[in-house]
Write a protein that binds this ligand. Structure first.
Ligand SMILES: NC(=O)c1ccc[n+]([C@@H]2O[C@H](COP(=O)([O-])OP(=O)(O)OC[C@H]3O[C@@H](n4cnc5c(N)ncnc54)[C@H](O)[C@@H]3O)[C@@H](O)[C@H]2O)c1
Length: 246
């Protein structure tokens, strides 16, 4: 699937799923801007891409504040060119009894998981409109499809990501821009390992008897941003090993 000549932004690509997506899109031929708060991890992702012959830059900043997004977008355009692929992947998780979720916890969750994708897309979509071509993939969560106890703030934010996807898909369909989302479920990343989830026990109960890998998500993303997926928009492409069948 050739993305030669295209420029992709992947938020949260210093780690886990975002890193695997950045590596995959670079293998597909895109120049990749690695946007993340974590400069060390972002530089590592860039080094992995350049070591295998790809092109990438690291933009260190908060993908949920307008000022950082504007400066990362300006640098990406200046160094790589107009951005026509955006993967809104940066996110945080949280586990807490509903009645103990504070206003601050809720505000932080919504700021990073939903306001972040909203602002990144607003900053970048004009490039796609100008090009009459664009691909946006939002990383949501299977928790928004099934509901998830102890994750009311997280699942609510990810439900917003799915609604955001469908809305933009309709609004921009005529402009050659597709907008889809992937709700991962149980993917083996630093986020999952830092959570209270017992990875081995959950794997034993899952249909495929294993956790997902970041590369499983990256493969689906590679398809959604490709030319081949040009007639797919507003779609929720579950990559969860059969754990969720809505
Ligand atoms: N791992 C799973 O099982 C799973 C399941 C469902 C959904 N997801 C979603 O997938 C996405 C990636 O998760 P992961 O498991 O790879 O997590 P991860 O913690 O390994 O990686 C997340 C990355 O996002 C970055 N980040 C966080 N907030 C940021 C911000 N404000 N600005 C810039 N960068 C920021 C972090 O620094 C980190 O590099 C998240 O949106 C997460 O909610 C993951």
């Amino acid at each position: 699937m050739s993305l030669n000549g295209k420029v992709a932004v992947v938020t949260g690509s210093a780690s886990g799923i975002g890193r695997a997506i950045a590596l995959q899109l670079a293998r597909d031929g895109a120049a990749v801007a690695v946007w993340d708060l974590n400069g060390e991890g972002a530089n590592e992702t860039v080094a992995m891409i350049t070591a295998s012959g790809g092109k990438a830059i690291a933009c260190v900043g908060n993908a949920a504040t307008a000022q950082d997004i504007a400066s990362s977008a300006a640098r990406t355009r200046a160094e790589l060119g107009p951005i026509t692929i955006l993967v809104n992947n940066a996110g945080i998780t949280g586990f807490c009894r509903f009645e103990e979720i504070t206003e601050e916890m809720m505000d932080r969750m919504m700021a990073i998981n939903i306001k972040g994708p909203f602002l990144c897309t607003q900053a970048i979509i004009p490039d796609m409109v100008a090009a009459h071509w664009g691909r946006i993939v939002n990383i949501s969560s299977s928790s928004a499809q099934t509901g998830a106890p102890m994750m009311a703030h997280y699942a609510t934010s990810k439900g917003g990501v799915i609604a955001f996807t469908k809305t933009l898909a309709r609004e921009y369909a005529e402009k050659g821009i597709t907008v889809n989302n992937i709700p991962p479920g149980f993917v083996d990343t630093p986020m999952l390992r830092a959570s209270p989830v017992d990875v081995d026990a959950q794997a034993a109960q899952s249909p495929m008897k294993r956790a997902g890998s970041p590369e499983d998500i990256a493969a689906a993303c590679s398809y959604l941003v490709s030319e081949a997926a040009g007639y797919v928009t507003g779609h929720t492409l579950g990559v969860n090993g059969g754990r969720v069948m809505p």
